[in-house]
Design a protein around this ligand. Structure first.
Ligand SMILES: [Zn+2]
Length: 335
């Protein structure tokens, strides 16, 4: 494990990661290959269940010990609603059938409980590429100071500092970094409860109180998003030329970027939900443009979104992206 942080018990949260020193924005905090990987997505069918158990059995003893320390959100049955409790019973029945467990025999009952625990820990902590034990130790925050990213080339899960982190501060990641930012408090609460079964106590959600300033920003962001989508539809419905409509669509994404940056939205969100959409709108403008002047205007917009995406990608991955570099090169050439 990195000497940048230590895993400790945090009041009201089980385990969490505390910075041992000041960590600069962009620093690689953790990198690992998932130790436990299941077959396909979480279907809880026979193949999936067997693949989780077999992957767990292939882990080293110390990894298994650390795996079993991870949070199991299904352990407190009382905290689950009726649907979730029913689902838990169905899963248990399914597992007993697959492994021929018999509740009447103590040995069998004990093994069944262990296997059930392994599966539920997987269900609690796995991202789409499996469980990375170090990554799973980081708690969630809706306004996290670090960000977890899957790196395709190295097939690793990484955590990098999203902002400067002070020694002694808890290092947090956003569990739904592409979709949760710029969602109002009640919406976040509902999403996190339905997927992860917890009430978030991050700075934004503290004590369940609504953070008015953030909610106002979410409202403004949502309004711009709806307007941009409406503009996109208008281009399909109305006869050309569309440059006035597309110009507004582009400026919506520029304003959305400003709001999202001010509210420290995750880099994944900035790239995928704002900048890429802004770039697509600018490309539409470029293709629609009937004069050289308009083409030049939208080319510059493409460049703005592309350069910002390249910079963010570099912070997220620790190295420049060839794709964004190539895009910026092409966009730098005048038309
Ligand atoms: Zn929160």
């Amino acid at each position: 494990m990195s000497d940048l942080y230590q895993v400790v018990t945090i009041a009201g949260k089980d385990l969490g990661c505390i910075a041992n020193k000041n960590i600069k924005r962009g620093t690689l905090i953790s990198q690992e290959k998932p130790q436990c990987t299941a077959f396909g997505s979480q279907t809880w069918d026979s193949d999936w269940i067997k693949s989780v158990v077999s992957s767990f059995n292939e882990m080293s003893t110390s990894d298994q010990e650390n795996y079993l320390k991870l949070h199991n959100r299904f352990s407190d049955v009382e905290s689950l609603n009726d649907v979730q409790q029913k689902e838990l019973i169905n899963r248990k029945d399914q597992m007993n059938k697959i492994f021929n467990f018999d509740d009447k025999h103590e040995d069998s009952k004990e093994t069944a409980m262990k296997v059930h625990n392994i599966l539920n820990i997987y269900g609690t902590n796995a991202f789409e590429n499996g469980i990375g034990i170090q990554t799973a130790m980081f708690n969630h925050s809706c306004n996290s100071n670090a960000e977890a990213v899957w790196v395709e080339d190295s097939q690793t899960s990484t955590v990098r500092a999203r902002s400067n982190i002070i020694s002694g501060e808890e290092i947090t990641i956003n569990y739904i970094s592409r979709d949760l930012p710029l969602k109002k408090h009640l919406e976040r609460k509902e999403i996190l409860m339905s997927i992860f079964f917890f009430n978030c106590v991050c700075k934004l959600c503290k004590n369940g109180k609504v953070n008015d300033k953030y909610d106002q920003a979410c409202k403004a962001f949502e309004k711009l998003k709806n307007e941009a989508e409406k503009m996109q539809q208008a281009c399909l419905d109305l006869p050309r030329p569309h440059h006035h409509i597309i110009r507004r669509r582009v400026s919506c994404y520029k304003e959305m970027y400003k709001i999202a940056k001010e509210q420290k939205a995750s880099h994944m969100f900035l790239i995928h939900k704002v900048l890429k959409q802004g770039l697509l709108a600018s490309v539409d403008g470029f293709l629609d443009a009937e004069s050289q002047e308009l083409k030049e205007e939208f080319r510059r917009d493409c460049q703005v979104f592309s350069i910002a995406s390249g910079k963010i990608h570099e912070i997220l991955h620790g190295s420049p992206s060839q794709v964004w570099q190539k895009n910026n090169q092409v966009l730098g050439k005048r038309v």
